[in-house]
Write a protein that binds this ligand. Structure first.
Ligand code: GTB
Length: 216
């Protein structure tokens, strides 16, 4: 049965590939699995048919042969476990790659999401600037630590893995912030992720969706 992933009918990021269906698309491209997209409006995301797939009314979801999943991390892990290419065979190396997936989502992504909230949703609040300083401090602390660990390595643990896929996906949200300018090793790490053919295919496909929805 064909894999179906849900995504925005018209992504608010205007095709920058920042919505979380992008990491699922990327993982499927890395392992060479074809898939189709079901595109949803914000209204449709909160309707019973989609809430049955994701109780929080969000994208992405993943359907395949009687299995329905939500949460991008769980979806990417599922893909990585069932197909070769995203997790090492060695059990310990595999566990470490999965730890990096959790680190991306649970340790690095939260302050980055907070930054988006400050910039987009809390933009008119009187305390916006002070809060942004504090959030950026928390982000910089994580970037300092991550950059120190990555060092001059190409990827986080030897070969590219689902851990890198998730970490690059999370860090990409900082591209427009200017923060990465102080982290050349991380900027180069992102560029390596973006240069992967699988990433490029996934990015082009989501951009085509946005352009079709907003041709101007
Ligand atoms: N923890 C969940 C996961 O990892 O799957 C979070 C899923 C999530 O936040 N989905 C968002 C969503 O459905 C889209 S990706 N939002 C609609 C809603 O909650 O009603 C988050 C996102 C949205 C927009 C941008 N952007 O414009 O740059 C970037 C990321």
């Amino acid at each position: 049965m064909m894999i179906t992933v849900t995504g925005f009918e018209k992504s608010p990021d205007r095709g920058q590939g920042l919505a979380r269906d992008m990491r699922v698309r990327w993982a499927l491209e890395e392992v060479g699995q074809p898939y189709e997209m079901r595109l949803l409006s914000f209204k449709a995301m909160k309707e019973p048919a989609h809430l049955a797939l994701n109780p929080f009314g969000q994208i992405p979801t993943y359907e395949e042969d009687g299995l329905a999943l939500f949460e991008s991390g769980a979806i990417v892990l599922h893909i990585a476990e069932r197909h070769s290419g995203l997790l090492p065979d060695d059990a310990n190396a595999r566990a470490r790659a999965i730890a990096w997936m959790f680190a991306a989502i649970g340790t690095v992504e939260p302050p980055i999401v907070d930054r988006t909230v400050v910039v987009l949703i809390e933009a008119k609040e009187s305390w916006r600037d002070q809060r942004l300083v504090l959030v950026d401090q928390r982000i910089r602390a994580r970037l300092d630590e991550l950059s120190a660990r990555l060092g001059d390595g190409e990827w986080l643990e030897g070969a590219f893995s689902a851990g890198d896929l998730m970490m690059v996906s999370v860090l990409l949200r900082l591209k427009s912030s200017g923060l990465l300018g102080d982290y050349p090793k991380l900027a180069a790490y992102l560029a390596r992720g973006e240069a992967r053919p699988a990433y490029r295919r996934a990015f082009a496909d989501q951009l085509a969706v946005f352009k079709a929805a907003a041709p101007d």
